[in-house]
Design a protein. Sequence first.
Lengths: 261, 207
Amino acid sequence: MKLHHHPELLDRLAAAHALGTLRGGARRRFEALAREEPAVRAAALIWQGRVAGMNELQMPQAPAAAVWTRIDNLVRADQDSRAMAMARRAPSVQTPAGGGWWRNLTLWRGATAAGALATVLALVTAVGLRDQLGAEIGALQARLATVPTVEYVAVLNDDSASPSMLVTFDPNNRRLTLQRVGDFQESADKSLQLWALPPSGAPRSLGVLGQERLLRLAAAEGDVREVPTLAISLEPKGGVPSETGPTGPVLFKGPLIQKML
Amino acid sequence: MSAPPLGMAAQLHAQCAMPDTPDDALMALIDRIARQDAAALKALYDLTSGKLYGLALRVLRRNEWAEDALQDTFLQIWRTATDYRASLSPPMAWLGLIVRSRSLDQLRRRRAERDHLTDEIDDAMADTLEGDSPNPMDTSLASQQAWALHQCLSRLENKQREVVSLAYLRDLSHGELAQQLQLPLGTVKTWIRRGLDQLRTCMARFA
């Protein structure tokens, strides 16, 4: 039967198909006909468009403000990873005379992992004992786990929105790395202190910073997981206990973003 | 059957909607998002999130689930805005389809996660057609096509309109509708059939 010779029936089936109430074998037969007969396909598409108008007729409701924050975080992380991918590709273009490839982070990460693998394989061969293979694979996995990965990133800005501190967290090595990017230098009798600002509850101290431009702090992933914001306050030399909370002014602050890649 | 003067109203709407429509503004934003302009995404969110969240809530009922669906929607918009022009859809139609798909994904995911809690989910989803109160419709930002559907849906009895709407929005079969709305299966089938027949007659005038 040519369905398009029965316009009334075709229209009824196409409408029910678009609404979703045409089910089971009837639905499969209709869809098979739509693939064969352009007129059936056209009717199906017209009704899909008509019925989809339902999506546009619902009463507006205000979503919670936190929804945009979450979207914004993910979009920023997406932009960051694109920027990093661009930066990785860029050097080979910018420095045609060479000198690009050896700065390639991915390559070196790969090389580190390959180095670890080679070491273990050499060990395995040297020892030559099958029953030690399991232990060696364990060692390899442990070694690979120490290759740094950056999973959390924060750029802390000062009052005038100038970036002042770049913070990254590597969960494999349980290490926070802080790099001063502004020219702020605290006086000799003061210390900068890093705080996690959890969504509820008091700020938690993540550590006190030394005077150097690049510094590292030990931290567990639990310390930074689900922490939306990091802040740095100016404290008396050596900092204050975590329970006290910041006592001096908050100098730098910024959202902590978990990278998806 | 007496035909109400739909044609003239539709014409008027079309004239008003020609230049400088919200559609133009929305399309300009989607084009900017396709070029990875995050500020445009925020502007689109400010303009449409209320409307789109209303749809997600109608599909999912629970704030938490609808918020997740809205988040998935805007991430998809961010990633696939380059596909918009090829869809040939009015912007709100394209956005609405994304919200409905992501909302139905949420529903499937929640069901799969907690299979043993299906009853609880059904309870949460249960709508009662109390009295004959109309579920209000809203035409703000609606495309011309949706506006036509609105005209035709308005002509249905409230209960018919509700059943037809939920069948589509929540992708429910006759049986599932009967269960969620606590109505006899035969009643649901009759309302849907009559509702669709009236819609077909009415929509044909807008073709």
